[in-house]
Ligand binder design. Sequence first.
Ligand code: NI
Length: 184
Amino acid sequence: MYEKSFSAVRDFLMSLLKIVHWPEPVLETPGDLVTEFDERLKLLAEDMFETMYESRGVGLAAPQVGVQKRLFVMDCSFREDPEQRIVMINPEVLMIEGEQSGEEGCLSFPGIFINVNRSLRAVVRAQNLQGEWFELDGMELTARCMLHETDHCDGIVFLDKTTPLKRELVKRKIRKLQKAGEWD
Ligand code: NI
């Protein structure tokens, strides 16, 4: 019994990836296309889900764990609905419509929340872990999440989506946290 739970804890800890924080260059570098749909890619996606859930996020893109590739995982239901546990590989935004305004967070900017205007609806085309193409048509949080994470795949962070003034304020706050040793 002990052996079993110990190995479960160990497997869990080993599956957690280190989330990189801005301004790590990988966050502002466009990801490479994923071309190999192999076992390693499946493991990466699994570990990204575990890391995302552990950090209480609804989306996590590969550049955020230091992997310069075009893929992300998301679950806007936060484990409630298995159908919302989605991996999107080589995502492309096909269509956007409408507008929404709201607070957004990002696991690469811990503790920072900023107002970001996004499209209300987005249709995104992507490949799954088998390399098959599919389309996801999402509204509200799903659209916001798909657009935020597709931006990560393009080397764009949410800071780029706000006003120059707000961007400066956030950068200043981060510099302060860095000086205090509270931002790595
Ligand atoms: Ni993010």
